[in-house]
Design a protein around this ligand. Structure first.
Ligand SMILES: Cc1cc2nc3c(=O)[nH]c(=O)nc-3n(C[C@H](O)[C@H](O)[C@H](O)COP(=O)(O)OP(=O)(O)OC[C@H]3O[C@@H](n4cnc5c(N)ncnc54)[C@H](O)[C@@H]3O)c2cc1C
Length: 518
């Protein structure tokens, strides 16, 4: 087999042996994205130690061979899309390493029990032998490529969790979540994965060791400020939240959180987003930090979920409730004996004065199924309409989110009445997912540029960000360069020059190919 034409290929192959993968049938899956156009590559690199990651970076710097970083491949901004570069996949760096209790007692996973049930059972046996002490304040140290669900399977017996709730958690890796500051549907309570990360270690793009990099735990920000905004990197956090722009996380120490003793949720119809924000204020007033989720679902998103599930679908209301928007409010309690359902009902029927027929109370799993079916329902509708989709992930500070979303819906309706808008997202942190669907007669590609500009203009006019939590990648590189203040661009350019001077990592992300040339 002939080697692809990468200057560093011979040394990389020597370093990795069979884990330098060039067979087209094995490489193919690294060319396909979760969302966005297909890429192409001649090789996939599968390091299985941190030292190998460092060696790869050194070789690629010496030979000026750029790389594209890949974890679980669920990213939505085309950061992991190769255009000829080798793909550096971190999937084999997927071991849990140690768990440390608040008093310093530590469990180290043995190599022979490093994954799956064996890893969970080994931890549980250690904890049981200690007399099952309270694990409040425990941290867990893992390699970057461990998937979120796999980590939670390990922690669950200790009544702890890594609370990244999102539709991609079975594949998304903890390292990518920390790097991207991913924010799940419970970000209103726990913040982003960056906040859940105590410390990260790894390597800068030039191969030098990086870390310890530290973030700060979540506190709900002032409503005038962004809760989530991945168009703004905090240079002080180093590898955390900087989306692989400057370096690669190989190992992380993560905070763990108590699994609530109880959770209750309800669906609430609401006329507009401004009213929704008042409900969030009231819920916070009553339940404080126990508001665990506050999501919104537009009427069109709900209709698609209904269509997806067909006869099996039930809205959890006594009658037939129609509404421009629905809110999913979830609350939690650490007290197993508290009457949480009664407290929620009191809030809805008492504080909000909702009549019973407007209270969508159902088992949590049924409500979650609705929320987590929206992406699949949007995909199905897009395929049925055959006109493609533009998808946006925007945010504003909470104080202006209600007005913003109402204005956005009106503007899109005015400018593109033939398209379908599916809006949903993390209302509790001012985040909106906007899917604009075209039809076979009127594909969105024909108006893509105009609508993208409109969405971005409306977002910026409301003091918002065109990237809430999915990151910049190459998808939003043009917008990043166009709308980021020049002093911020100079700061990230200087960081890039210091840590990855040859632009080895994800060379098109953030528009670094152009920024470094300027
Ligand atoms: C159905 C679905 C639902 C989703 N829901 C949400 C959601 O609610 N909230 C949300 O925030 N995201 C969501 N996402 C997006 C995605 O899951 C996150 O962006 C996640 O962080 C990607 O993890 P990954 O391991 O798949 O990364 P990949 O897609 O493999 O990598 C993407 C990029 O992340 C960076 N990266 C990955 N690993 C590292 C590392 N070790 N060091 C440095 N940089 C790294 C690189 O730039 C890389 O190119 C969703 C995706 C899908 C498909």
């Amino acid at each position: 087999m002939s080697l692809p034409n990468y200057p560093a290929a011979p040394q990389l192959q020597q370093l990795l042996g069979e884990r330098y993968v060039a067979a087209p049938e094995r490489v193919e899956r690294y060319e396909v994205l979760e969302r966005g156009p297909r890429g192409h590559t001649g090789a996939v690199l599968l390091p299985q130690t941190e030292a190998e990651v460092q060696q790869i970076l050194r070789l690629c710097n010496a030979q000026r061979t750029p790389l594209v970083i890949s974890g679980g491949r669920t990213g939505l901004v085309e950061a992991q899309r190769p255009l000829g570069e080798p793909v550096l996949s971190l999937e084999r760096l997927n071991r849990p390493l140690s768990l440390t209790l608040a008093d310093g007692r530590e469990f180290v996973w043995p190599a022979e029990a490093a994954s799956g049930d064996a890893a969970r059972d080994a931890l549980l046996a250690w904890w049981t032998a200690l007399g099952q002490p309270d694990a409040e304040g425990a941290t867990v140290t893992v390699q970057t490529g461990l998937a979120v669900d796999a980590l939670n399977d390990l922690l669950r017996p200790l009544n702890r969790m890594f609370p990244m709730e999102m539709g991609s958690s079975s594949a998304a890796t903890v390292g990518a979540c920390a790097a991207n500051a991913s924010a799940g549907s419970n970000a209103v309570c726990y913040g982003t994965s960056a906040h859940m990360t105590d410390t990260a270690w790894g390597f800068w793009g030039n191969g030098e060791p990086a870390g310890p990099c530290r973030s700060t735990p979540w506190t709900a920000p002032d409503p005038q400020r962004f809760a989530i905004n991945s168009a703004q990197i905090d240079p002080a956090w180093g590898l955390i939240g900087s989306q692989g722009a400057f370096g690669i996380i190989t190992r992380l120490r993560l905070r763990t959180y108590a699994i609530p003793a109880q959770r209750e949720a309800a669906l609430i119809p609401v006329a507009d987003m401004v009213g929704a924000m008042r409900i969030l204020d009231a819920a916070r007033g009553r339940f404080g930090a126990d508001v665990e989720e506050f999501e919104f679902i537009s009427r069109s998103a709900m209709a698609l979920v209904r269509a997806l599930h067909g006869e099996a679908f039930r809205l959890p209301f006594a009658g037939d409730v129609d509404s421009p928007l629905f809110l999913l409010l979830q609350i939690k309690s650490a007290d197993a004996d508290a009457d949480l359902a009664a407290a929620l009902y009191e809030f809805l029927a008492g504080d909000l004065a909702l009549p019973d027929e407007q209270i969508g109370y159902a088992p949590l799993a049924a409500l979650k199924k609705i929320r987590h079916s929206i992406t699949e329902a949007s995909n199905a509708r897009m395929r049925a309409l055959g006109g493609g989709r533009l998808s946006f992930d925007t945010a504003t500070p909470l104080a202006g989110f209600g007005e913003y979303l109402d204005a956005m819906r009106a503007e899109l309706q005015r400018a593109a009445p033939d398209t379908e808008l599916v809006a949903f997202g993390h209302a509790g942190v001012g985040g909106a997912h906007l899917h604009v669907l075209g039809s076979a007669d009127r594909p969105v590609s024909a108006v893509g540029k105009t609508l993208t500009r409109l969405v971005i203009d409306v977002t910026l006019a409301h003091g918002g960000s065109f990237s809430a939590e999915h990151g910049i990648g190459s998808k939003w590189a043009d917008e990043y360069l166009a709308h980021t203040p020049s002093e911020q661009l100079q700061t990230i350019k200087a960081l890039k020059q210091a840590h990855d001077p040859h632009n080895i990592l994800n060379p098109r992300s953030f528009g670094f190919d152009r920024l470094l040339a300027a």
